[in-house]
Design a protein around this ligand. Structure first.
Ligand code: ADP
Ligand code: ZN
Length: 734
């Protein structure tokens, strides 16, 4: 080892730099890129990841500190993983140490070993020489333990717990006799995938066959958009492609937008492919996460199913990445490292030279455009598989049919009809809580959050007002603070719709599914199980319920209020609204019975409805794309959003003006600098928020500008008084 070996270390701190260290003096383990290393940092120690090694440093030798110890004998990340970390850090303008942190399970971030040691028991020579048959006559339970240890050298406690419940009481007597000893072994139990007998799938219809043919036999990188109406058998197609890849001994990574969708997917994969996928999502305990991460990395998990952050998991022999419901906003992280898992999946697939499949019934305009340009292979499935027909969609004009507790007469009648026939109804409303706000019946004042420019939501179950933006909550006001008038809830939320349905359909099982009702561990799986089995006759919920699920008995979908989306200020408004309506409509009538969808609106003349009813999602998408092209919005341009927030409005503005000046000073051609402006909801959690939008048709120029801007801002005094962030490819402009 030479003195001139320099370790380039990423440390989990909000600084863009990589830090240089000298190797530890008495280094037993060779420091290699991809290994964790404990280093002195300021006055404390930190765990970092060696990103690279080099012969030189920009710092004088005397200023370099020595690493304390290397934590991994084998790199956790290989060269491809390290490439990805760097790419994501550069592209999303985010500190590399924080990118590494996002890619590592918590236990590894904390410095725990990749392969934890577990207590185990093994036979001593004396124990091995003991005749268990003889022992069995006097002490059968001791004999059973001796017997259980006979085959292996050391058996972990966990394995003994499974094999021989109650063995622990026999441990001491055997230790005392000197027949067994305690050991520490590497815990690799549960590292093998669970296999079962796969069941053959349905015969594919011609469209599916064509799609499958276009997807099979390819090994190199290619992005395919599998654009198929809800229930068209996209999943069936993915599964066949997966089988081919798995058969070739390579791993498949599947990304889904929400945890709620994993259990259904797991069941299908298990049934059809015969492999229980390794799960990676935020609902796991730290040790479960580590286990899953490790088996993806070691290659022992052939099939990995996860949510957003699973896109970073190391893979021993990657063969395919599938992004299901590609259009879903959940793939974009909206705080901290603001990455899009879909986009990272594509970049990763390209780097690894493996295919990437994006599936959706309502593809994002970004992907539709890429497909149109020929950058992605575009495959379509136009009909529902297995003979199911598309649902009938109906608009209910609220001027003709007034609401009672949020429900119109035609919708109520339809609910009654459908459940009478033994089917199931789903009511979709994108607001949790009892009512969006509380209003004074006298002076019409509404309950507002004291820390945000927003109203507080009424929660009946907890008798509270709560702010969905900052989390503040307070008891429900009985009387208006201004005039003493009495207060009443205004509008509908999921709780109120649930109450109204209980009153109208007594004796029917009604299940509400939203983030409040599924907060406790296990409640979500239970609620979905009731929905799947048909035990719940009426389902009420937010978008949690509208995505990707297959409820066999569901034939009616009611959209309580679609109008919010019609007047959205966001340029993605119509795309979002069409996606959520088509997705929720897609839950209806997925099997033999035709489904019906009722959409309540007070704006039945709005042109959006004409587009949607005449040509479905793709018609809305065509109009929206034309609009975006005319205004040079994405996908016809790239955006980056600089956000700032502080308790003093003037600090926010001083920072944003400095940022605008710095952006202008770059004099780069082809970037529009829009703003600064205040955020649509200016005050949130007591902070004044503002933003600067950067727009360009040329991604490279935009990134050039961001590189300069970020460096300027990191050194700027105004930056110390605000919280600021850069969002590349933002999906929300506030
Ligand atoms: P998607 O992923 O497009 O929503 P799925 O793959 O979940 O569609 O298929 C919807 C339903 O149709 C599932 O119950 C599936 O088993 C069934 N299905 C898919 N393909 C066929 C087929 N070719 N023949 C009969 N049933 C099919
Ligand atoms: Zn608030």
């Amino acid at each position: 080892m030479t003195e001139s070996l320099i370790l380039k270390v990423a440390i989990n701190v909000p600084l863009t730099r990589i830090f240089d260290y000298l190797p530890a003096e008495d280094c037993v383990v060779r420091p290699r890129p991809g290994c964790r290393v404990r280093v002195p940092f300021g006055r404390r120690n930190q765990i970092g990841l060696i990103i690279d090694t080099a012969a030189t440093s920009d710092l004088p030798h005397a200023e370099l500190r020595r690493a304390i110890t290397v934590l991994d004998a084998e790199p956790l990340f290989d060269a491809n993983d390290l490439w990805l970390v760097r790419f994501v850090s550069d592209y999303y303008q985010h500190p590399i140490g924080e990118v590494v942190a996002a890619a590592l399970p918590a236990l590894l971030r904390q410095g725990k070993p990749l392969l934890p040691l577990q207590a185990a028991l093994s036979l001593t020579e004396e124990g091995a020489a003991t005749d268990a048959g003889q022992v069995a006559k006097r002490a059968p339970r001791q004999a059973a333990l001796l017997h259980a240890l006979q085959e292996n050298t050391a058996v972990p406690f966990g394995t003994l717990d499974q094999k021989l419940p109650g063995w622990r009481t026999q441990r001491k007597p055997l230790l005392d006799k000197g027949w067994v000893r305690l050991e520490q072994v590497v815990d690799i139990a549960n590292d093998r995938p669970q296999l079962s007998e796969p069941r053959p799938g349905p015969t594919l219809n011609p469209e599916q066959r064509e799609a499958l043919a276009a997807l099979t036999g390819q090994t190199g990188f290619r992005t395919t958009l599998l654009d198929g109406v809800t229930g068209s058998g996209k999943t069936e197609v993915y599964m066949r492609v997966m089988q081919e890849v798995l058969g070739a001994g390579r791993q498949v990574l599947i990304l889904v937008p929400e945890i709620g969708l994993t259990s259904q997917f797991v069941a299908r994969l298990k049934e059809r492919i015969g492999i229980t996928p390794m799960l990676l999502h935020s609902g796991l305990s730290d040790s479960e996460r580590l286990l899953a991460w490790r088996s993806a990395r070691s290659g022992s998990a052939p099939l990995i199913l996860g949510t957003r952050s699973a896109v970073f998991v190391p893979l021993k022999s990657p063969g395919l990445i599938v992004v299901d419901e590609e259009h879903d906003a959940s793939f974009k992280q909206t705080e901290g490292l603001r990455y899009s898992a879909r986009d990272v999946a594509i970049v990763r697939g390209k780097h690894l030279d493996i295919p990437v499949i994006l599936g959706s019934a309502t593809p994002s305009l970004e992907c539709l455009r890429r497909a149109e340009e020929g950058a992605y292979q575009h495959l379509t499935l136009t009909a529902r598989a297995g003979g199911a027909v598309p649902p009938l969609m109906r608009l209910i004009d609220l001027h003709k049919h007034p609401l009672e507790d949020g429900l119109s007469a035609p919708l109520l009648t339809a609910i009654g009809d459908h459940i009478q026939r033994g089917h199931q109804a789903l009511l979709f409303i994108n607001r949790r809580g009892f009512a969006p706000t509380l209003i004074c019946a006298e002076c019409r004042r509404m309950a507002e959050c004291s820390r945000c420019d927003s109203r507080m939501t009424v929660h009946r179950s907890s008798n509270k007002l709560s702010c969905h933006h900052c989390g503040a909550s307070r008891p429900l006001d009985a009387r208006c603070h201004e005039c003493g008038g009495s207060c009443v809830p205004l509008g509908q939320g999921t709780e109120r719709i649930e109450d109204a349905l209980r009153a109208r359909f007594p004796g029917q099982t009604i299940t509400r599914i939203d983030s409040d009702s599924t907060r406790l561990k296990g409640t979500m799986d239970k609620a979905f199980a009731m929905a799947m089995s048909g035990e719940a006759k009426i389902l009420v919920g937010t978008q949690m319920l509208s995505k990707g699920h297959h409820f066999p008995k569901l034939t009616l979908v009611g959209v309580i209020n679609a109008d919010q989306g019609l007047f959205s200020t966001d340029f993605r408004g119509s795309e979002r609204l069409a996606q959520s309506l088509i997705q929720v409509a897609g839950r209806a009538g997925r099997e033999k019975q035709q489904g019906e969808v009722f959409i309540q609106t007070a704006f039945a003349d709005h042109p959006f409805w004409k587009e949607l009813f005449a040509g479905g999602y793709h018609q809305v998408a065509r109009f929206a794309l034309a609009e975006r092209e005319a205004c040079a919005w994405p996908p016809y341009s790239r955006l980056a959003l600089l956000r700032a927030a502080s308790h003093k409005r003037e600090h926010t503005w001083a920072f944003l003006h400095a940022a605008a000046a710095s952006a202008n000073a770059t004099q780069l051609n082809g970037v529009r600098i829009l703003g600064p402006v205040s955020a649509p909801m200016e005050r949130k959690a007591g902070r004044y928020r503002g933003q600067l939008l950067l727009q360009s048709r040329d991604r490279r120029v935009l990134h050039q500008l961001l590189d300069i801007l970020r460096r300027d801002l990191e050194g700027h005094v105004a930056g110390r008084r605000v919280r600021w962030s850069i969002d590349v490819d933002p999906i929300e402009l506030f």
